[in-house]
Design a protein around this ligand. Sequence first.
Ligand SMILES: NC(=O)c1ccc[n+]([C@@H]2O[C@H](COP(=O)([O-])OP(=O)(O)OC[C@H]3O[C@@H](n4cnc5c(N)ncnc54)[C@H](OP(=O)(O)O)[C@@H]3O)[C@@H](O)[C@H]2O)c1
Length: 336
Amino acid sequence: MGTRIAIFGAGAIGCWVGGRLAAGGAEITLIGRTRVMDEVRGGLRVTQLAGPDADVTVTATTEVAAAAAAELVIVTVKSAQTAEAGAQLARVLPPGAVVVSLQNGVRNADVLRGALPDRRVLAGMVPWNVVRRAAGAYHRASQGTLMIEDDPAGLALVHACTAAGLAIEPRRDMPAVQWGKLVMNLNNAINALSGLPLATELSQRGFRRCLAAAQREALGSLAAANIAVARLTAIPPRLMPSLLTLPDALFTRLARRVIAIDPHARSSMWDDLEAKRPTEIDDLQGEIVALAARVGRAAPVNRALVALVRAAEAGGKRDYAGAELYAALGLGPAVT
Ligand SMILES: NC(=O)c1ccc[n+]([C@@H]2O[C@H](COP(=O)([O-])OP(=O)(O)OC[C@H]3O[C@@H](n4cnc5c(N)ncnc54)[C@H](OP(=O)(O)O)[C@@H]3O)[C@@H](O)[C@H]2O)c1
């Protein structure tokens, strides 16, 4: 019998991870909304850019009580729902239960720790994108290595991932890993405001200049706060802004060597705007604005991105051209 794993808040990430782990022999229970669970109950298809595909059977339920019997609970709700997820899990998880946050942002594991005293909560980091292709079908659209806090309590997940052919690395520097991911995720807002697939957006220098400006601002505040930022790709974070501003042809050639991405993939923030859900902007750009304030620096580019995403959440513009977004961020006339 495989490891019993429950995934709470199964959407794009939860269904793909659950499906992949089930393919490796884990006994998976997905806990989520009725509309998602109804789609996966009859069978879950998980595909990927490179690597085996799988059709698997999982248990799918809307009942949080199903998490009580799991050896490991993975949380994959969006950041705004973490506190509520923690409160629901607190009612059913026994003392000593192991919970892993596979969420973006730098606070979710702490929010879960606050809600789940006497349980062991570990931070994780998902480097790749997942898109829902059809009912019950999820596709991993880019690659990378999952990371999890280095702790004996995480071994069950490490073993389940290894059995499923899913690269995972225990890390002793999870805060730096999470900040490194956050700096990369500053593109989520730019992608969502572009209305374009990630590969198309990143192929255009106008958008990359916006991202470079947001990253420079973030890296400046992180350095001022003495916060380490882990390198998660072949390119060190401090060199990324300069790389991003290279001309299109040169950037595209270099980027192809660093990261492969499905031409249809988009950011989960685009998904949220499309579904008229609140985005995670407070946990991404908002985190940089707050950090900048703490260290006495300004963060006008990230602040402007928060405002534009808020406007988009309220039905505003989300089909910016690169040059137009550059100007809207107060960066001056656009250079293409
Ligand atoms: N998608 C990606 O490619 C990607 C990549 C890397 C990291 N991430 C991160 O991974 C996390 C999950 O993202 P995602 O894209 O998988 O989100 P998602 O598709 O929105 O999935 C989360 C699911 O949890 C459900 N949910 C929320 N609260 C719940 C509750 N109390 N009980 C049951 N279900 C609940 C949501 O339903 P409602 O919508 O009805 O609330 C939604 O169906 C985020 O932090 C995201 O930033 C995502």
